[in-house]
Design a protein around this ligand. Sequence first.
Ligand code: P6P
Length: 345
Amino acid sequence: MSSYNITTLNDFIIQRQKEFTYARGELSTLLHHIGTAAKMVNTKIRRAGLVEILGRTGSVNIQGETQQKLDVYADEVFINALLSSGECCGVASEENQSEVIFTDAFGRDGKYVVCMDPLDGSSNIDVNVSVGSIFSIYRRVTPRGQKAAKEDFLQPGSRQVAAGYVIYGSSTMLVYTTGCGVNGFTLDPAMGEFCLSHPAIKTPVDGKIYSVNEGNYIKFPEGVKRYIKYCQERDTETSRPYTSRYIGSLVSDFHRNLLKGGIFLYPENESAPSGKLRLIYECNPISFIAEQAGGMATDGYDRILEVDPRTLHERSPFYVGSANMVKQVGGLILQYNGQEREREV
Ligand code: P6P
């Protein structure tokens, strides 16, 4: 008789809530609704090639990118799930130019705000490459009962209450932290449940994988160029050279490096002086997870989680993964590129 040792996401959330005597279940409820939204998005993604939803809406989001229908669908599903949770008073999303404020009494009383990228890497959908959803949860700073305001969303990443991602890959996983370690859940399509498959994830302090779009190499800061060359020319007498792995989907590249050890780099470059990735709904949540798993995340100079956001869609250079690797590239940037980063206004 098979032993029933399955822990579903909801089992886990409730178990963890019991460890906090003051918890009243608001965060648990919010996480449960995010899990439900992830299952809905997963169903649509798994059928993307089969229904007319594949292709483009023709509309353009704030990033100036053509919105794929699945982008819009995922945004709507997550926002509706967060509203119906009753624990969230507003959402900042990559797909919306300004924050979405829940104005009814139900929403206004929400204790939390969520920053999210509902479907990151969506340009990969048409070519069947894995994509992801990324979320970041904060306690609001404005009083409950009032409408949320911009300051609720522009908090440093160190004040995140929880963060996570869903990776729609060869299997669908949800990985999240509430500040007490990182745990991964794999969706069992037969049960329709996320089941604990990767408890207490710890990332190796060092690794052999570097992930960067080398097509931008000539535009990189000198310190980054030196690091890439170090990875490529490492002394083969003592160990094999590094391996370059780049999917072009942040969640996928990060998740692989989290489990195996490695570094993901999206540097600033001449055409993108602050890099490409968004601070509040890409860099911050991924950084919270990386640190909780024993890794590091910087903008080349400072800890990402200590950067004070200025705008919702602010970009940041991003170096994240195994601590020794992030430290090493940071040392080369300081050595060759000067003492501090010049942030865009
Ligand atoms: P590039 C996907 O569009 C994304 O936002 C991230 O998921 C990914 O890491 C990055 O952009 C890839 O950017 O310039 O290498 O294509």
